[in-house]
Design a protein around this ligand. Structure first.
Ligand SMILES: *[C@@H]1O[C@H](CO)[C@@H](O)[C@H](O)[C@H]1NC(C)=O
Ligand SMILES: *[C@@H]1O[C@H](CO)[C@@H](O)[C@H](O)[C@H]1NC(C)=O
Ligand SMILES: *[C@@H]1O[C@H](CO)[C@@H](O)[C@H](O)[C@H]1NC(C)=O
Length: 264
C-alpha cells in the first residue's frame, strides 16, 4: 500500500511537471522554470537574479549601450563578480589572447606600439567602486578625482603580465587615457608605483582641444597622431568600447570586462 502511494505521488509530480513544460511551450513563457540558479565564479556563490547575468552579457557585447548606472538589483551580483574569481579569470582570458597574438608578430622596426587604456585596464579602481556601490551610485566627479589624486590604484595583474611580455617582445607601450592633463603627474606616479615603469607615450586628454568631444573622437584622434608619427599600432586594449571603436584602432583590439561604468 505504501509503495503504491509513493508511486502515485511520483506519477503526480511527473505529470504536473510535464504540464508546466507543455504550458510553457504553448504560451512561450518560461516564468515557471526561471529564474535559474546561476553559479558565478568558482567561489560557489549562487545568484538567483539570472537577469543580471544577461545584463552583464548585454553590456559587454555592446548590445546595451549608453547606460548611466548598473541596475540597482544587480549590485550584489556585480560586486560578487568583481571581487570573486570570475572578473580575474575573464581579464586573464583577454590578456592571454593578446599575448598569443603578439607572439606571432614580426617586431623589427622599433616603431611597433601597443595602446593601453589606463582605468580598469592597466590600473584598477576597484577599491573605489567597492565603496561606491559597484556602479549603482551615479558617477561623482569630485569623489572619483579625490581617489585618482591619491595615486594608489593597484595594477590589474593580468594586464601587467601582458605589458611585461609585450616589452620583452620589443613592443613599445602607449598609455592613452581619458584622464585630464592636469592628472598627468599623479598618473605617471601611480603607474610606476603599480609596476608599469616604462612607456613610449603617456597621453592624457587636453580638455581644451577635446571639450565636449566623445572618448571615441578623442582616442581616435590621438591614435591617428601616433600613426602620423610613424608608429604601427599592433594592438589596442581597453575596458570600454570607446577604447577600441572609431578610426586608427590598431591591427587588433582587445576588450576587457567592465560592468561598472560606460563611457561613450
Ligand atoms: C620581418 O621584418 C623584417 C624587416 O621589416 C623583414 O626583413 C623580414 O623579412 C620579416 N620577417 C617575416 C617572417 O615576415
Ligand atoms: C559628490 O560627492 C560630494 C561629497 O560627498 C557631494 O558633496 C556632492 O554633492 C556630490 N556631487 C554630486 C553631483 O552628486
Ligand atoms: C592644449 O591644447 C591647446 C589648444 O591647442 C594648447 O594651446 C595647449 O597648450 C594644450 N595644453 C597642453 C598642456 O598641452
Amino acid at each position: 500500500m505504501k509503495k503504491i502511494l509513493i508511486f502515485f505521488f511520483v506519477t503526480l509530480l511527473v505529470t504536473c511537471h510535464g504540464n508546466i513544460l507543455n504550458h510553457d511551450d504553448d504560451h512561450g513563457s518560461n516564468n515557471q522554470i526561471f529564474p535559474l540558479r546561476v553559479k558565478s565564479g568558482s567561489g560557489g556563490h549562487y545568484i538567483e537574479e539570472v537577469s543580471c547575468a544577461s545584463w552583464r552579457l548585454g553590456i559587454e557585447a555592446h548590445n546595451i549601450i549608453n547606460w548611466k548606472t548598473i541596475p540597482k538589483e544587480c549590485e550584489k551580483y556585480i560586486g560578487n563578480y568583481m571581487l570573486g574569481d570570475q572578473y580575474r579569470a575573464d581579464s586573464k582570458a583577454v590578456n592571454r589572447e593578446g599575448y598569443f597574438y603578439a607572439k606571432t608578430l614580426n617586431i623589427t622596426t622599433g616603431k611597433d606600439i601597443w595602446v593601453f587604456d589606463i582605468d580598469e585596464t592597466s590600473l584598477s579602481n576597484l577599491p573605489y567602486y567597492a565603496k561606491h556601490g559597484f556602479g549603482v551610485e551615479p558617477y561623482n566627479d569630485t569623489l572619483f578625482n579625490q581617489w585618482v589624486d591619491l595615486g594608489t590604484a593597484p595594477a590589474l595583474p593580468e594586464s601587467k603580465k601582458l605589458y611585461n611580455k609585450l616589452l620583452s617582445l620589443g613592443i613599445k607601450i602607449a598609455f592613452l587615457t581619458g584622464r585630464p592633463l592636469k592628472q598627468k603627474e599623479i598618473t605617471a606616479k601611480n603607474l610606476r608605483r603599480a609596476g608599469f615603469k616604462k612607456w613610449e607615450k603617456l597621453i592624457l586628454k587636453n580638455t581644451t582641444i577635446y571639450h565636449g568631444k566623445t572618448a571615441v573622437t578623442y582616442k581616435s584622434s590621438e591614435r591617428k597622431k601616433l600613426e602620423e608619427g610613424g608608429y604601427r599600432i599592433v594592438g589596442n586594449i581597453g575596458d570600454q568600447w570607446s577604447d577600441i571603436l572609431g578610426t586608427n584602432t590598431g591591427e587588433r583590439t582587445f576588450k576587457l570586462p567592465d560592468p561598472l561604468y560606460y563611457i561613450a
